[in-house]
Structures are given as structure tokens and as C-alpha cells.
Design a protein. Structure first.
Length: 121
């Protein structure tokens, strides 16, 4: 038996059916074009090999230069024993939002993040 919807009584607004349909179609198009872009990008990156720039008719059109960042998660997965020797504990300062909300609910509410979620129909 499904659980009751915890949001059954939330405020709603009726939307334009055509606009929602267009939104869904645009999202589908984005997904298809993203897959196409990703495939082409991968092919170009492979063609570039170790080069830092790619040219068309002598003009640099693609840059593929090293950055001062590292794929740490992949490094951890590939060399877990080695990486373990370089782990450090860090002290992190962050806002205790539960306490803040308790003492300043009106201010906290202005900064509440809302998720935009499309539900398939």
C-alpha cells in the first residue's frame, strides 16, 4: 500500500498545458543534443592526443590544456593504498542552519532553495 503524499495539501497553481509540453520537448532535445555533443567532444579529445590546441585551417579552435586541478576521486579509486598516506583531517567552519532557522525563521525562509522538478505525465 503506498504511503500518503506528504505534500498533498501544498499550494498549487494551474499551468499552461502547451508551455509544459514545450518544456518537456525542449528537455528531450537538450538530452539528445548533449549526447551528440559528448560523443563529438570525446572524438575530438581522442584525435588531439597530447596536443594542447586543435586547429582548423591553421586557426586554434579547440583548447585542451592542463588545469591546476586533479581527478581526486579517480585517483582514490585507482590507488587507494597509496592515497591513504596523503589523507589529512581538515576543520571546516559552516553555518548551523538548524540553529539559525530556529532563532531567525523569517530570514532563513528568504534563503530557502527551491527545487524545480518536472514530473513525467
Amino acid at each position: 500500500m503506498p504511503l500518503p503524499d506528504p505534500h498533498a495539501n501544498e499550494m498549487t497553481v494551474e499551468l499552461d498545458r502547451d508551455k509544459v509540453k514545450l518544456l518537456n520537448e525542449a528537455k528531450d532535445a537538450i538530452t539528445k543534443w548533449t549526447k551528440y555533443y559528448t560523443r563529438l567532444k570525446k572524438e575530438i579529445m581522442e584525435a588531439m592526443g597530447d596536443a594542447f590546441a586543435g586547429t582548423v585551417d591553421g586557426d586554434k579552435v579547440i583548447l585542451y590544456r592542463p588545469k591546476d586541478q586533479y581527478a581526486v576521486t579517480r585517483l582514490e579509486n585507482d590507488y587507494p593504498d597509496l592515497v591513504e598516506h596523503f589523507r589529512v583531517a581538515r576543520l571546516v567552519h559552516e553555518v548551523d542552519m538548524d540553529r539559525f532557522k530556529e532563532q531567525h525563521p523569517d530570514i532563513a525562509e528568504k534563503y530557502r532553495v527551491r527545487a524545480f522538478v518536472e514530473r513525467a505525465k
